[in-house]
Design a protein around this ligand. Structure first.
Ligand SMILES: Cc1cc2nc3c(=O)[nH]c(=O)nc-3n(C[C@H](O)[C@H](O)[C@H](O)COP(=O)(O)OP(=O)(O)OC[C@H]3O[C@@H](n4cnc5c(N)ncnc54)[C@H](O)[C@@H]3O)c2cc1C
Ligand code: FES
Ligand code: FES
Length: 470
């Protein structure tokens, strides 16, 4: 059991959600992607509030702004054409740095902004882009500028009954450029330093600039001296270097398990320098072209009005309905019980328990066709959704082409990682039947294999893709 909740509510609108929040006070735990909330052990929590059924999950673009619903997924930011052209794609870059694909499929824009950790990437870009945050509470709506939203931790900025419902980003006019740089120990690790820069230019002169640093303190911050230094100036390499040094000098930070304070400061200089250079180059280019949008995922319908079953051993079981491997099923789960545990209890033992913190990918399942971590989802979150485990992929008599290719290429040794690998590969091939080897590596980068190595696995996926096309 991950938390002490005894029931789960699924509000259908922001009004209903905020009314419930006002009623329940600190007994309610809002669930968006659930990747952080699912780990809560706060004894006061009695009710989970899954806000993903209340809408606000789209991204809309007008001439003046891009409006991002709080329940849009972080991966949507990576794929949406309007986000990819905004400030030359800097928010897409920041979102692309959030964990691996299954994590980005789970994490929601609102959850990511409100949960805010020191190393959270998109908030750094929001501050550099001058985003606006629309917040709704039981008594009305208000809009906060990024500076206000991140002035303290957003949890302290929001009232008990308030929800962030959308993030709006003004579309810049004129010659503008933006860049986001994440410096981390590996592509998949948390940031040691984030740097986000936006510039507005007139000819060679910089009219205005924002330089934001993340991962060095609990909140992202603007390096004002680096910004001032460049206003009205020609952006020459020497000035960029001076501004990057000024950001380093202004950095107050501490060492941690990833790096020492000194090295982190040095990396601030490197990150800000690179971001400034790239933002400057981007401002010189015309509007960037958007990357192709991936296929839309099938939606899951919520089964309404399910009865609560109080007869479970914890006295607080809930009844859930979902499609599991193509079959409609009903099952019972504790409201705070993670999906991994429930699936294994239901006999789906292909879903492996590895790290239990979203890192290894052994527990990967498909939720509405997207690869997600069963260890980071509460069972209550999959109410009405479609779940696929590797049991549905093929059988020993009739293996799926991916399974056959894994065997033929020797892409399996102990097999512990294999179900997760197969499902992550299956999700990729459904969206992109002809991926490059790099795209395969990207889709599998959150699935760790301790014994086979990755070469044979990538070869097997490429081979299966070819077989499935012919
Ligand atoms: C293995 C792993 C690696 C990760 N790596 C990164 C990374 O490199 N960079 C990065 O930025 N993030 C990363 N994350 C994500 C980050 O740690 C958080 O887990 C995530 O941002 C929380 O988003 P969520 O949608 O799951 O929120 P939830 O866990 O559902 O909610 C988090 C909190 O926000 C509140 N909340 C949610 N939505 C709203 C709303 N609309 N209004 C008001 N309050 C709300 C909830 O009450 C809850 O307290 C990683 C996560 C994992 C598991
Ligand atoms: S990612 Fe879920 S068990 Fe490791
Ligand atoms: S085959 Fe053993 S972990 Fe991958």
């Amino acid at each position: 059991m991950t938390c002490h909740a005894r029931s789960c509510r699924y509000p259908r609108s922001a009004t209903e959600a905020t009314r419930l929040l006002a009623e329940l006070g600190d007994q309610a735990l809002v669930l968006a992607g659930g990747t952080t909330a699912a780990l809560s052990r706060d004894p006061r929590i009695t009710t989970l509030l899954d806000i993903t059924r209340m809408g606000h999950d789209t991204i809309e673009a007008t001439a003046g702004e891009v409006s991002i619903g709080c329940n849009a997924r972080i991966q949507d930011l990576v794929e949406h054409p309007a986000v990819l052209t905004l400030w030359k794609g800097m928010l897409g870059e920041a979102a692309g740095g959030v964990g691996s694909l299954p994590i980005r499929n789970a994490v929601r824009v609102g959850g990511n902004a409100v949960a805010l950790f020191r190393w959270s990437d998109p908030p750094v870009a929001y501050l550099a882009m001058g985003a606006l945050f629309d917040v709704v509470g039981a008594t009305g709506e208000r809009t906060l500028r990024a500076e206000e939203f991140f002035e303290r931790h957003p949890r302290q900025v929001l009232g008990q009954d308030e929800l962030l419902i959308r993030v709006r980003i003004p579309v810049p006019q004129g010659a503008c450029g933006g860049a986001f740089v994440k410096l981390a120990r590996t592509a998949f690790d948390l940031a040691v330093v984030d740097a986000a820069v936006t510039v507005r230019m007139e000819g060679e002169r910089c009219l205005d600039a924002r330089v934001v640093v993340g991962a060095t303190r609990s909140l992202p911050w603007r390096a004002k001296e680096a910004e001032e230094m460049r206003r009205g100036q020609k952006l020459e390499p020497r000035l960029i270097q001076r501004a990057a040094r000024a950001a380093r000098a202004a950095t107050q930070t501490a060492g941690d398990v990833r790096t020492s304070a000194e090295l982190r400061k040095r990396w601030v200089e490197v990150g800000v320098g690179r971001a400034l250079q790239r933002a400057h180059q981007a401002a010189r280019l015309g509007p960037g072209s958007a990357l192709p949008v991936l296929a839309e995922r099938p939606g899951g319908e919520l089964a309404a009005g399910l009865p609560r079953d109080p007869g479970g051993s914890d006295g607080a079981w809930i009844g859930l309905q979902a499609q599991v491997n193509g079959q409609p099923v009903c099952f019972r789960a504790g409201p705070g019980e993670e999906l991994l545990r429930v699936l294994r209890r239901e006999g789906l033992s292909s879903v492996k328990r590895g790290c239990q913190q979203g890192d290894c990918g052994a527990c990967t399942v498909l939720v509405d066709g997207r690869a997600q971590r069963a260890c980071l989802l509460l069972a209550a979150q999959v109410q009405g959704r479609s779940i696929t485990t590797v049991e549905a992929l093929g059988s020993p008599e009739k293996p799926h082409p991916l399974q056959a290719a894994f065997v033929e290429h020797g892409a399996i040794q102990c097999g512990f990682c294999t179900p997760g690998m197969l499902l992550a590969a299956e999700a990729l091939l459904c969206q992109n039947p002809a991926p490059s080897a790099d795209q395969v590596r990207g889709a599998l980068d959150g699935n760790l294999c301790r014994c086979t190595g990755y070469k044979k696995i990538v070869e097997a996926v490429m081979d299966a893709a070819e077989r499935m096309r012919t």
